[in-house]
Design a protein around this ligand. Structure first.
Ligand code: XLS
Ligand code: NI
Ligand code: NI
Length: 441
């Protein structure tokens, strides 16, 4: 059981920058962590995190078949020993990839307690292990979270459950996970509400459930202040899966929810590519909107499959898509507390330990290329110049007065008549812009 982590990955070396022309089987072609782009190193811009759940806890099952990976640390008999062996492999993976951050759910890292007292002890025990390993390696925690969706007690929701005892249990679990995140110096705390929704409206009181959800989040925000946790809370929108409908549907819906329950000061969003697609949006749509609304926090970086309608969580490799996302992130000033968390999993046929590295390395390089492209596009004004031109009319004094609230509808209408306005449509130039982007990636 206590096989050293090095034995799992064999004799692999730390992945290094080798440059785009190298033939090395494993190396970063574009991610050169100390290279400065637009005033920050690549590492500072991208803030990569490896997630615990997909990379260390997922056994390779699907709805039609069980485990394929047979990870040694998942086949012990003493849960805490298994958790420690998993932590060994985890930190060896972080070291090999040379990533600065990781993320975890309470129950990914520590054995799930049979009750909240046990839960607290288990999380504290794994925090001892993490603390030591974090000090040794310098790897930091991007965010922690509580799993309020796997245990059957949460089948009808956590905060939105019809049973207040389930709400209370969830509060207990979040308190433990939030305090652990604070103890480990985490930069953010995430809440993804996979069961906060419904299976059927026939048994659902939506107004009541939303009020419960709002109250729950307000309590988490109060507690965050009480314990002096500085990072933001991040809601992770997703429209469905596992529930038929989830209340945190997309960025726009979450914004409305935060506004209604007066939570905008404490809560931002963690946007995931595959969730954006499930909501019928593109990844860059969600990022642009979050920036526009002032709630952009962090990214779960992955990709869906264009032919499959569910959350396949594949490693993101599409440089063109990522370039547009990075463009919007940089335009918004880049990450502050957030980063790029690999909420991504290798496919169930990818059995070899090295496949875990290939997934991350490929996607890290895709993000690095995207960063380089996006920074160049911003510097040249590739999209910003045509965008500015498109809205240039709004710089005129009369147009500004309208937006400043200095004109009534009647005044604007009267002026349209007096000035005999006859506005002519102009081309949106989509293909021209698509060509510019194509040449930038
Ligand atoms: C599931 C979510 C989940 C969150 C953390 O679809 O992406 O993994 O990131 O609870
Ligand atoms: Ni996610
Ligand atoms: Ni997901």
């Amino acid at each position: 059981m206590n096989a050293p982590a090095s034995r799992f990955f064999g004799a692999l070396d730390k992945v290094r920058y080798v440059g785009p022309d190298s033939d090395a089987p494993l190396g970063y072609r574009w991610y050169d962590k100390d290279r400065v782009i637009a005033g920050r190193t690549m590492a500072e811009h991208l803030r990569f995190a490896v997630c615990y759940w997909h990379s260390l806890c997922w056994p390779g099952g699907d709805p039609f078949g069980g485990e394929t990976f047979l990870r040694p640390w998942m086949h012990g008999t003493v849960p805490m020993e298994m958790a420690e062996a998993k932590a060994d492999v985890a930190f060896e993976l972080f070291r090999l990839l040379d990533v600065p951050y990781f993320t975890f759910h309470d129950v990914d890292a520590a054995p799930e307690g049979a009750n909240l007292v046990e839960q607290k002890d288990n999380v504290a025990a794994i925090c001892d292990v993490f603390e030591e390993k974090m000090a040794e390696t310098g790897v930091k925690l991007l965010w922690g979270t509580a799993n309020l969706f796997s245990n059957r007690r949460y089948m009808a929701g956590a905060a939105t459950n019809p049973d207040p005892d389930v709400f209370a249990y969830a509060a207990g679990q979040v308190r433990i996970a939030l305090e652990a995140t604070k103890r480990l110096g985490g930069a953010n705390y995430v809440l993804w509400g996979g069961r906060e929704g419904y299976e059927t409206l026939l048994n659902t009181d939506m107004k009541r459930e939303l009020d419960q959800f709002g109250r729950f989040l307000a309590m988490v925000a109060e507690h965050k202040h009480k314990i002096g946790f500085d990072g933001p809370l991040l809601i992770e929108p997703k429209p469905r899966e596992p529930s038929k409908h989830q209340y945190d549907f997309d960025v726009a819906t979450v914004y409305g929810f935060l506004e209604r329950y007066d939570l905008l000061d404490d809560v931002k969003v963690n946007i995931e590519q595959n969730h954006a697609l499930l909501a019928g949006h593109s990844f860059d749509h969600e990022v642009m909107l979050a920036n526009a609304l002032g709630i952009f926090g962090s990214i779960d970086i992955n990709r869906g499959d264009a032919l499959l309608g569910w959350d396949t969580d594949q490693f993101a490799m599409d440089v063109a898509e990522l370039t547009l996302v990075m463009h919007e992130i940089l335009k918004g000033g880049g990450f502050t507390t957030g980063g790029m968390n690999f909420d991504a999993k290798i496919r169930r046929q990818s059995l070899d330990p090295i496949d875990l590295l290939h997934g991350h390395v490929g996607s890290i390089d895709a993000c690095a290329r995207a960063l380089i492209n996006a920074a160049a596009m911003l510097e040249k004004g590739t999209l910003e110049m045509p965008r500015a031109e498109r809205y240039a009319g709004w710089n005129a004094p009369e147009a500004k007065a309208i937006l400043a609230g200095e004109r009534t509808l009647a005044e604007v209408a009267d002026r349209a008549i007096a000035a005999k306005l006859d506005p002519q449509p102009r081309s949106g130039r989509q293909e021209y812009l698509e060509g510019l982007v194509m040449r930038s990636v």
